[in-house]
Every structure is written in structure tokens, then in C-alpha cells.
Design a protein around this ligand. Structure first.
Ligand SMILES: [Zn+2]
Length: 172
């Protein structure tokens, strides 16, 4: 799913771990649960609008991504202090797969289009595996525009939970 959704889940995880666990378990379990949360959240992402490829000619796609990137950036700014640890580990799979491995792979394929290098180092292979085992029954709506409503609903529900958990925000 989108970065903002991962971030909100991460904030909830860090609040709960720090409320219920003592040092160093609060840190250890924040990292473990945040990492696992990415697998679960991406696992169910098939019910939201999530085209596997960039739809450059599609206005709806472009506008939705402008909005969701802006909201994601906003969530990073307001929650990075004090929730950076959980947010980092809740997004580490995307940081590695999308912003590290994929650009390297692109460079290699420019020289050698046949290259399979890197394919097995994708974290999202774990997501695909878990989705097949646990979430195969979910309706696939990745090309359905109405899927954005599901993601918006999730973002609202998570944000409301954060109000109840009295999440602290960096900018007040
Ligand atoms: Zn992901």
C-alpha cells in the first residue's frame, strides 16, 4: 500500500510497544512488528487501487498519486519525531526494493537486457508468498479506481485510532 498507510500502522505499533513493553523489548518488538506490518499491509493491498505499473497517460492515476505522495510526505513530517524507528522498519522493504534494488537492476539491464541479477533479492517476494498463503481469498481490485476509497477509509480509520492512542506529533 501507500507510504502513509504503512506510516500510520507503524505509529500505532510503536505506541503500543512502548506502552506495554520495557526496554529493550519495546525497541526490539517495534522493529519486528513494524517489519512484519509491511508484509501484512502490502498483502491485503490487492483490495485497493494499486496498478503494478505506472499509468502515465491516465489522469486519475496521476492525480491520485500526487495526493497520496503529498499525504505520505505530510505523515513523515509530523510523525518522524518520535516514531522514526517504527516508520523506518515499516517502509524498509519499499526503500530497498523500489529505491535501491530496482534502480541498480535498471542500470544493469541497460547494458545487459537479459540479466536476471537481483530478482531474488526483492523483499516483496515475501509479500507475494504470504498473499498466496493467507490472502488469496481477497477480491483483486488493483485496477479498480474505487479501490482508492478503501485506502482512504483505512487511512481515516488508522488516523482516528491514533487520536484515541494520543499519538504525539512533531508539529503542533
Ligand atoms: Zn511495499
Amino acid at each position: 500500500m501507500e507510504t502513509v498507510t504503512h506510516n500510520l500502522v507503524a505509529v500505532i505499533i510503536q505506541i503500543l510497544c512502548f506502552n506495554f513493553l520495557i526496554f529493550p523489548w519495546n525497541l526490539i518488538f517495534t522493529i519486528i512488528f513494524a517489519f512484519i506490518s509491511h508484509i501484512i499491509v502490502d498483502g491485503i493491498a490487492v483490495i485497493t487501487y494499486h496498478t503494478p505499473d505506472v499509468q502515465k497517460g491516465d489522469k486519475f492515476w496521476i492525480i491520485w498519486h500526487y495526493i497520496i505522495y503529498a499525504v505520505s510526505l505530510f505523515s513523515i513530517i509530523i510523525f518522524i519525531i518520535p516514531y522514526w524507528l517504527s516508520m523506518l522498519f515499516a517502509n524498509i522493504m519499499d526503500l530497498w526494493d523500489w529505491f535501491t534494488l530496482r534502480p541498480i537492476q535498471k542500470k544493469i539491464r541497460n547494458k545487459n537486457p537479459e540479466s536476471k541479477w537481483g530478482d531474488k533479492y526483492y523483499f516483496h517476494r515475501i509479500v507475494d508468498w504470504v498473499r498466496k498463503k493467507l490472502f488469496f481469498w481477497l477480491p483483486k481490485r488493483v485496477y479498480k479506481r474505487s479501490g482508492v476509497l478503501i485506502e482512504i477509509f483505512l487511512i481515516c480509520a488508522l488516523s482516528i485510532s491514533l487520536l484515541f492512542l494520543e499519538a504525539s506529533i512533531f508539529i503542533t
